[in-house]
Design a protein around this ligand. Structure first.
Ligand code: NAI
Length: 416
């Protein structure tokens, strides 16, 4: 009989699956490049972000962390981190919205040198409520699409006081986190919640951006017949050439068993679609807040609602059809009853890029004006190389002749 789960170290399992962060912990534990800096972190506070926070502390930083929203905090992780040297928490599990905001103010009053953010929570708050502190902050990093949109609005309105690296837009984040992390965790949660299978089902995926293409490819890999809807003709062609069927949502509506939205847009599924859907259709959102599926339209159409199983709202329509909405139309991979968020292996890369954002801006003597910046490509490549190393995979180096060939625009020897 195996021992009971070891609860003394709530990060243990996750550390086993975040080899990249552990490799930075080993190296930076010796060189401590962030010594002397304090870093404010806002993130969903659970085991993966716990390993991220301890990596910053290993690198020598004093870390002050809070939740990026009040409801996702895991108390055992906060307690564990609070006991570690150089880490201070400004969040508790189950805290009220008011207490959460107060905790953010308390963190910012400690005047961190750098901010690593999720949704631009801390960065927006320091500009709105602590402008004198904003002027002393060296810079920041932001990991989400929504946060970057907010920061770009601040940049456009000329209010951003320091440079921020867009970790969200770096290839090491969105090629993996958005494509693979969102897809696997969304499908896993949808299937666990409903105890259904995808084989043989028609799955309609709205949006063929990074998230949508991952969802469609993986659903097909599990045996589903996939239909993609788009508004961008090039994305639609890409989906077509990847082997999915392209249709307008009007055409796809009567066929779908599963509908998964991932557009970043609102009312992608709405009244006219609900009116045409098959009885028992399952609806899930992997995209933006809770607006991609027009819930008010569902509520209008339905005679009543029920909860046939945890995480599912069933809308009973007057003609007898039932439509099943998962996770209240919120991000199904983050808020469903079985949600554990993105897999640790993929957050390993996203959080490594967050650590590198701090490392590069604080230690490489960057003299950046306020604004939103791409992370330098060499930094992204270094992290990719290291991730490959942790996977024990080798790639080739260009030979001298190959380097020369790239550099020589005339290609005189191209015939050998
Ligand atoms: P993206 O910009 O690469 O893709 C969005 C796609 O949706 C585009 O191709 C666009 O043409 C298409 N689109 C827009 N309106 C549409 C409509 N009415 N019908 C059909 N297609 C439409 O963005 P990405 O990275 O795929 O992200 C999509 C959304 O997912 C964003 O809101 C993002 O914040 C969110 N996201 C969610 C995650 C999660 O954990 N669930 C993780 C990462 C991103």
């Amino acid at each position: 009989m195996a021992d009971e789960t070891d609860v003394s170290d709530p990060l243990g399992w996750t550390r086993d699956h975040t080899p990249l962060l552990r490799s930075y912990q080993r190296e930076y534990g010796e060189t401590t490049p962030l010594e002397g800096y304090s870093i404010g972190v806002a993130t969903h506070m659970e085991a993966k972000s716990g390993v991220f926070v301890e990596t910053l502390a290993e690198a020598g930083a004093e870390v002050l962390f809070t939740g990026s929203e009040p409801h996702s905090t895991k108390g055992e992780v906060v307690e564990y981190l609070d006991e570690q040297d150089g880490i201070e928490s400004y969040v508790e599990a189950g805290m009220s919205e008011e207490a959460w905001v107060d905790a953010q103010h308390a963190l910012l009053e400690e005047e961190p040198d750098f901010i690593l953010d999720d949704g631009a929570e801390l960065i927006a708050r320091v500009h709105a409520d602590h402008p004198e502190i904003a002027q002393t902050i060296v810079g920041g990093g932001e990991q989400t699409t929504a946060g970057i949109t907010r920061l770009e609005a601040m940049e456009d309105q000329d209010v951003l006081e320091f440079p921020v690296y867009s970790v969200n837009d770096t290839p090491m984040k969105h090629f993996f986190d958005n494509v693979h992390g969102t897809a696997e965790s969304s499908l896993t949660n949808a299937l666990m919640t409903t105890n259904t299978m995808l084989s043989g089902k028609t799955v309609v995926v709205a949006g063929y951006g990074y998230c949508g293409r991952g969802i469609a490819r993986k659903a097909r890999g599990m045996g589903a017949k996939t239909v993609v809807t788009e508004v961008d003709p090039r994305k639609a062609l890409e989906a077509h050439m990847d082997g999915h069927r392209i249709a307008s949502m009007d055409e796809a509506t009567p066929e779908g068993d599963y509908f998964i939205t991932s557009t970043g847009n609102r009312e992608v599924l709405r009244r006219e679609h609900f009116e045409q859907m098959q009885d028992g259709a399952i609806l899930a959102n992997a995209g933006h807040f809770d607006v991609e599926i027009a819930i008010p339209h569902l509520e209008d159409l339905a005679e009543n609602e029920s909860t046939p199983t945890e995480g599912v709202t069933r809308y009973h329509l007057p003609d007898g059809r039932q439509l099943d909405l998962l996770a209240d139309g919120r991000l199904v991979n983050l808020t469903g009853p079985y949600s554990k968020g993105h897999p640790a292996e993929v957050m390993d890369m996203t959080f490594a890029m967050m650590v590198m954002a701090a490392d590069d801006m604080l230690t490489e003597d960057r003299d950046l004006a306020p604004g939103v910046y791409a992370i330098p490509d060499r930094v992204d490549r270094t992290v990719a190389d290291r991730k490959l190393e942790t996977l024990d995979c080798s790639i080739d180096d260009l030979t001298e002749n190959q380097e020369e060939y790239y550099d020589d625009w005339e290609h005189p020897d191209s015939h050998f």
